[in-house]
Every structure is written in C-alpha cells, then in structure tokens.
Write a protein of this length. Structure first.
Length: 294
C-alpha cells in the first residue's frame, strides 16, 4: 500500500515525465504546420464561360507573408508548375509588414512568370509598407501584371474573359478614418463601373468579409484571401477568428455562392501576427472553369 505522500510523489514524477513529451509534441505540430501544404481543387461552371475556356485552370496564391520555408529551394514554384495552370492570381499580402524582405516575393514571381501569366493585387500588408513602390516596381519588372483598380482581358481563340483587380481599403489614406472598409471597397467598385456582362467577369479582391458587395456589382467569380482560414479551425465550430469578421467568421475558405457570384477564399500560404495554425494547413487553390451548356 502507498501512503498519501508516496502517491503524491509518484503523481509528480508522472507529470514531470509528461511535460517534455507534450512539449515535443507541441513543437512537432508547430514545425509541421510550417511545411504542410494542401491543395484545393474547385470547378466553377457558368453559362458565361466561353466554350474555348472550358477546362481553363486558374491557380490562386494568397497571403504568402514572406514564407521562406514554403518557397525554399523553389519548392512552391515547382509544385505550381506541376499543376499546369493557365494563369496565376496573387491576391495580396505577398510580403509581411513586419518582414519587409522583398527577395522571397520577387524571387517567386520570377519563377512563376516562366509558367504562365501572373496577375497581382496588393493586400493590407503591402499598404502598410513604406517601400511598397519598390516592391511593385520589382514585381512589374519580372513580368507580373499589376491590377491596381483596373481591368485586363485574357484571350483565347478570339474569345475573352475579363479580370479586374481592386486595391485594399488601407490604400485609401485620403479618406476619413470613420469611413468603413466596406464603404471603401464599394466606392472602388463603383469607380470601375460599368461592368460589361458580355464577358465572364472575374474580380481579385483581398478581403472577403462582405461578399455581397461583389455580387451586387454582378461579378461572376471572385478570388479573395486575408482571413487565413480562420487561423485556428475547431471541430464542429469551424474557423475561430478572422480580421474584419471577428469570432466564428463565416467567410474564411472554400467557395461561397452569393446569388450568382462564386467567391473563392484561400486559406493562404503564410502567417503574420499569429504564427501558429491549428487544423488549417497552408493552401494552394486551383479553380477549373467549365462552360455550362443551356
């Protein structure tokens, strides 16, 4: 029989033995999420997709935040090349405001433009960089197409689809701080009117928290990021928190249909202020367009 003192000492020894095991396990989870990369494939079928664009593959990169590990030795570029995209969309926060090292982003851009055309919009982190103009100039020099509040056409066999990009609300330094982000986005979209419904219209917009803004303008397909998948994803409850949406956010990943608008939200490829993800690996998104027949 053990005395109460002996039982207490035995319990203490067990607890001390579990501590390093738990520490190693937690460290393993932390470093695993730094390297873990998932792939999400979605099919978007729409009457407005021209028949010649049936099977057109779009790869989305979002919220890289200077993730050197994902890009180490060209790992990310090689993975993307193996997926054979027809076009690449980068939807903001390719760098991080706390780590304004442009080498990762620009180096990746140099590799991506060898694969296919690359279109880019900036996010809130680029907006907070003092040397952002240097970043934009270097990206443009690689051949990346900067979609700063403007539209371009992608052509295939004399058919077109349109791609529009909008700047993040944080670039609106001239407006009062009392003007909400949603209002800033709405005003930017208004300035881009009218939308030509003759085409299948794609929008690149960093923030997804109010997708009705995009639907109201009549866009067919939207690519967003920013929410980092909710950072921590819990069983049953889902995403825990996202900037601009708060606790238990609704729009953090996957495809959301808002009326006739499909909104694709990437979980992103990096971390920023919150360095740890739970049940939420980094993500590459591939969207395949399908022509919907009558």
């Amino acid at each position: 029989m053990f005395s109460s003192g002996e039982k207490y000492m035995k319990k203490e020894r067990v607890n001390r033995g579990l501590l390093p095991i738990c520490t190693v396990f937690a460290a393993g989870l932390f470093f695993r999420q730094l390297y873990n990369l998932s792939l999400s494939n979605f099919i978007i079928e729409n009457h407005e997709v021209p028949a010649v664009f049936d099977g057109f593959r779009i790869l989305q990169i979002s919220d890289l935040h200077n993730n050197k590990l994902i890009c180490h030795k060209g790992r990310l570029a090689l993975k993307i090349k193996s997926l054979a995209p027809d076009v690449i969309f980068i939807t903001g926060d390719i760098v991080d405001r706390t780590r304004a090292d442009f080498d990762v982003a620009v180096g990746l851009a140099r590799e991506l433009v060898k694969i296919c055309p690359v279109y880019y919009i900036p996010g809130n982190h680029e907006a907070r960089l003092r040397q952002r103009d240097i970043l934009f100039r270097q990206l443009k020099q690689t051949g990346v197409i900067l979609l700063f509040d403007r539209k371009e056409f992608i052509e295939r066999n004399n058919e077109r689809i349109s791609v529009t990009g909008i700047m993040d609300p944080r670039f609106d330094n001239y407006r009062s701080k009392r003007v909400s982000n949603n209002t800033r986005i709405m005003l930017r979209l208004r300035d881009l009117r009218p939308l030509d419904k003759e085409y299948f219209n794609i929008l690149l917009a960093h923030r997804p928290e109010n997708p009705a803004l995009f639907s109201n303008e009549g866009y067919d397909l939207v690519f967003s990021g920013h929410a980092h998948g909710g950072q921590w994803r819990l069983p049953v409850f889902g995403a825990l928190y996202a900037p601009g949406q708060g606790i238990f956010p609704e729009y953090t990943s996957g495809v959301h249909m808002i009326n006739d608008t499909a909104v694709v939200i990437s979980r992103g490829l990096g971390n920023s202020d919150m360095p740890v993800r739970i049940n939420n690996p980094f993500e590459l998104v591939v969207v395949t367009l399908k022509h919907k027949k009558d």
